[in-house]
Design a protein around this ligand. Structure first.
Ligand code: ZN
Length: 411
């Protein structure tokens, strides 16, 4: 599937630091250590039935920062993202509104691309839809079945969690928590005929009123977790550097995706870091479709809000923290953006070597973007407050390059 247009990333003097990131699997902040000069990252993409809200944007911005720090550290990056362009929520929405599910998906994917491009999120190298990946997913489900790691319930196929010795090592949740989250997030713990309530669907057999595709295991469509396992595995291999997504994907999605991949290959781990972004709330509630409290990126764009201000507003907080989107955030970010732009436009301004080092250090430390922003603030305050006393150097161009390359904020 076509991704969105990329943007040039300025090269900065010197080199960035090794990136340290929080890993949900070990519960620690650890250095990422890509091998062979290329960092490999998979981030779970959207189910295209509703427009990009600020919660999505915050997640993709976090992983955009990952890619930018790796590049600054001299690494190449192989970034893969999927689109779950056939799944229950999409089909349910299309049925409710009477729209063709493909038309709905196509429209929302294009809106997402436009939102990502406006926010200057670097695109994935491989942007893969579930539908286009069905042949490879079908082959993987057949492989699971052939090795005894998939069983039938009626016309559907399930993965037994007993086949995954490492099951639970990503989320570390106890069984009661797993059962609750599985039921809340698309699982079917109550379905009769399953060997274990936590076993997950890998292939849904054909239903008369749903789209289906032929496969070695019969007609139907893939489950959600196996979709990501296979798309990642076939492009990045096992042991890739970062598996990313929002914190609502910790369980069951990432736990099951890893379990499927580990059963398919007989090796572990699926990913070396499992990295999760916090949720964005509005008026004390998590922003979500079901609550109807979404702030849409496309609506902000249509209201002529500068996407760079949206980006700055979302980065002014730690990616792992659940954060509130309050009315003051956007005006504060717009004011900051104006100050930074005024400062870099000055003919003379303080040297920027120190701010570059500070921003690199902050972002390498588990993406402390708020600390990075404070460092640029201090430089801008010094530049704007020191007319006539600024040293004769001109730090403006370097600050413009570093906010662009490291924070993705174009001044
Ligand atoms: Zn996924």
């Amino acid at each position: 599937m076509d991704s969105w247009p990329s943007v040039a990333v300025p090269r900065l003097p010197g080199q960035g630091l090794p990136l340290r990131l929080h890993d949900t699997g070990t519960g620690t902040v650890r250095e990422t250590a890509p091998e062979g000069g290329t960092a490999r990252m998979y981030v779970c993409g959207i189910t295209p039935y509703d427009a990009t809200h600020l919660g999505h944007a915050a997640t993709y911005l976090a992983f955009d920062l990952v890619q930018r720090q790796w590049r600054d550290a001299g690494l190449d990056v192989h970034y893969v993202q999927n689109i779950t362009d056939v799944d229950d929520p999409l089909l349910e929405r299309a049925a409710a509104t009477g729209e063709d599910w493909r038309a709905l998906a196509e429209r929302e994917i294009q809106l997402f691309r436009d939102d990502m491009a406006a926010l200057r999120v670097l695109p994935p190298d491989d942007y893969i839809g579930a539908v286009e990946a069905i042949p490879e997913i079908g082959a993987a489900v057949e492989a699971l079945r052939a090795q005894g790691d998939a069983y039938a319930v009626d016309d559907d196929l399930y993965f037994p969690v007993s086949a995954a010795p490492g099951f639970g090592s990503e989320s570390h949740y106890d069984r009661d928590t797993m059962l609750r989250l599985f039921g809340d997030r698309g699982g079917d713990p109550e379905r009769p005929g399953k060997r274990d309530a936590l076993d997950s669907l890998v292939w849904r057999g054909r239903r008369p009123d749903e789209p289906s595709w032929d496969s070695p295991v019969g007609p139907g469509r893939p489950g959600w977790h196996i979709e990501c396992s296979v798309i990642a595995l076939n492009r990045l291999g096992m042991g890739f550097d970062v598996q990313g997504g929002g914190s609502d994907l910790v369980f069951p999605h990432h736990e099951h995706s890893a379990a499927h991949a580990e059963a398919l290959t007989g090796t572990a781990p699926f990913a070396r870091h499992y990295v999760h972004a916090g949720m964005i709330g509005l008026d004390g509630e998590k922003m979500s479709k079901s609550r109807g409290n979404l702030v849409l990126v496309s609506k902000l764009r249509a209201a002529h809000v500068d996407p760079m201000a949206v980006r700055l507003a979302l980065l002014d907080g730690h990616y792992r923290a659940d954060r509130e989107w309050t009315g003051g955030r956007l005006p504060a970010a717009e004011a900051r953006l104006a100050r930074w732009r005024a400062a870099v436009a000055l003919p003379t301004a303080p040297a920027a070597d120190e701010v570059l080092a500070e921003v690199r250090a902050a972002l390498a430390d588990d993406l402390d973007s708020a600390r990075a922003i404070r460092a640029v603030d201090r430089w801008a305050d010094a530049a704007l407050g020191s007319s006539g006393t600024a040293d004769s150097s001109s730090g403006g161009p370097l600050v413009r390059d570093l906010t662009d390359a490291l924070l993705g904020v174009l001044l």
